[in-house]
Design a protein around this ligand. Structure first.
Ligand SMILES: [Zn+2]
Ligand SMILES: [Zn+2]
Length: 155
């Protein structure tokens, strides 16, 4: 999967393009993600911010409360409120793009399931995708090319 992908919000005011494959795709089953999406989990494709091109609109940041005190901003369409991406930990180098906002949301499947300790009991996890009770060590799970991309960002 090396093609660019297009996406946007429900009303069409925000449109974006992401370049190439993501570094990794999180399916997060934590209770914060369940509450913030009103659903069973969130699907986030991790991209370098430089690979995300805004084609239209200007998502507005909404600050989320966190247990850890680590910053979490959700960027939403200012018109319809659709969540487009998250930024975590006070860095704007990586965007956690909401896979469900892609024009073809099946283009990116989860490459890891995290915080499975709070997953909904009816969610059955595929046996061939890594799953963790809480967070995980990217160094042990990400493919070398994704680790190289992360190292290029953070050293
Ligand atoms: Zn919108
Ligand atoms: Zn989560």
């Amino acid at each position: 999967m090396n093609e660019d992908l297009l996406g946007g919000c429900a009303c069409g005011a925000v449109r974006y393009r992401v370049a190439g494959p993501p570094m990794f795709v999180h399916c997060c089953h934590c209770l914060d993600c369940q509450r913030q999406t009103g659903s069973a989990f969130v699907l986030n494709a991790l991209y370098e911010t430089a690979r995300v091109e805004l084609l239209a609109g200007a998502p507005a940041r909404f600050e989320m409360p966190t247990d850890s005190g680590r910053a979490h901003g959700i960027y939403r369409c200012p018109t319809c409120g659709t969540a487009i991406w998250s930024e975590y930990g006070g860095t704007d180098k990586v965007r956690f793009m909401r896979v469900g906002t892609l024009d073809d949301p099946k283009a990116l499947a989860p490459t890891v399931h995290i915080y499975t300790r709070t997953k909904q009991p009816w969610v059955a996890l595929p046996p061939d995708v890594p799953a963790f009770e809480a967070y995980y060590d990217a160094k042990k799970v990400w493919p070398p090319e994704s680790l190289a991309r992360r190292k290029a960002l953070f050293g």
